[in-house]
Design a protein around this ligand. Structure first.
Ligand SMILES: Nc1ncnc2c1ncn2[C@@H]1O[C@H](COP(=O)(O)OP(=O)(O)OP(=O)(O)O)[C@@H](O)[C@H]1O
Ligand SMILES: [Mg+2]
Length: 358
């Protein structure tokens, strides 16, 4: 089994949404191969994220000119926006190999030492979910990132000795859905942080069209736009919705996806016009019907919808905020006037509107 597969299984239980949700962000085992086939292989093939692409191109080209390994790179952003894909592309562009692991898999410093001591010069070490790395491994990582050296402790108790070990120069690529949870010293050791943003409908339309051509789905342009606009700004969801729409078209028609097929399929799977799924709507519902629009704490909301607070915070909220439906304030989460309208209700006069937020 490759390290990549280990990484993706290493996410803690309860991470993501219920598996029956088409918008859920948990990568299901049967989906792994499809995702692999859909991953862009080069920076030019990577759709959207113009800023990140430009910055990365510079970082990589600069290092190439100077003949050194690039600075360590942190990829930050909500699930499904292409962090793992980008890490693979970085190694590809550098012409080096990629070693993959994840924060939760590095429980002991020894786990990391084993990974580091196997690196070859110039390799890219990818640590997914780097904010979940255990403390002792994190401390070892500081030294490795800064001095390409680690101290390996041999033995236990008073007889324990520390043996210095040189590590060949490498580039660490860390990915995180929670940049705020990284400790200061770790964050400071990255030379460059790429902030991945939600995708525009236009870019997601390209993602859907590209995936359709790879998967051999015949699709009308307006159907691709429809799927894109309901994908919560997220390529993983766009690809997933495309496959559900294809299922619908295969079963109810001749497999050709037109606008009517896309709309009917998305209705069956409970994805509304804004791309919100049941969990998003449950959060808004609890915020508005249960708490008069807030402010209310994320823990209270999570309990009300039966989810982990981390899931509500990492998966639901970024998109609700970006869609202008929710605001995070010092006192808690607040529903905007648009959120009230979205649930078909009249907002109270003091509900914040779009303009108050930006
Ligand atoms: N820019 C893009 N263009 C085309 N497809 C993309 C792009 N970004 C991501 N994808 C598709 O979306 C899927 C998810 O991307 P990826 O696994 O890289 O996301 P991630 O940010 O690592 O997610 P997670 O936080 O859950 O690990 C990939 O299989 C890929 O096919
Ligand atoms: Mg990933």
């Amino acid at each position: 089994m490759s390290d990549l597969e280990k990484t993706e299984f290493a996410l803690p239980e309860g991470f993501g949404r219920p598996d029956d949700s088409p918008v859920g962000l948990t990568v299901l085992p049967e989906e792994r191969d499809v995702e692999k086939s859909l991953r862009p292989k080069s920076i030019n093939e990577f759709i959207g994220q113009p800023k990140v692409r430009e910055q990365l191109n510079l970082v990589l080209a600069g290092a190439r000119r100077r003949g050194v390994t690039p600075d360590h790179i942190l990829l930050s952003g909500p699930p499904g926006l292409g962090k793992t894909t980008m890490a693979m592309i970085i190694a590809q562009e550098l012409g080096t190999s990629l070693r993959m692991t994840s924060g939760p898999a590095l429980e002991r410093a020894g786990d990391l030492a084993a990974m580091l001591s196997n690196l070859m010069e110039g390799d890219v070490l990818f640590i997914d979910e780097i904010h979940r790395i255990a403390r002792p491994a994190e401390e070892m990582l500081y030294m490795a990132m800064e001095d390409f050296r680690i101290d390996v402790i041999v033995g236990k108790g008073p007889g324990a000795t520390s043996i210095p070990l040189e590590i060949p120069p490498f580039t660490l690529v860390g990915a995180t859905t929670r940049a705020g949870m990284l400790t200061g010293p770790l964050r400071d050791r990255f030379g460059f942080t790429a902030q991945m943003e939600f995708y525009s409908v236009e870019d997601l339309t390209k993602v859907v069209t590209r995936a359709a051509s790879i998967l051999g789905v015949s699709i009308e342009p307006d159907a691709a736009v429809e799927i894109a606009s309901r994908s919560r700004g997220t390529p993983r969801i766009a690809n997933r919705l495309l496959r559900r729409v294809r299922d619908w078209a295969d079963v109810n028609g001749n497999g050709h996806v037109d606008l009517a097929a896309a709309r009917s399929a998305l209705a069956v799977f409970d994805v509304d016009e804004l791309g919100l799924d049941r969990l998003d709507r449950a959060v808004l519902d609890s915020l508005i019907r249960g708490h008069g629009g807030g402010p209310v704490g994320v823990n209270t909301l999570a309990i009300a919808v039966g989810e982990e607070p981390g899931t509500v915070e990492e998966v639901c909220e970024p998109y609700l905020v970006r869609a202008g439906l929710m605001a995070r304030t010092g006192r808690g989460r607040v529903a905007t006037a648009s959120a009230w309208h979205h649930l078909g209700m009249t907002p109270p006069p003091d509900a914040p509107g779009q303009l108050d937020l930006f």
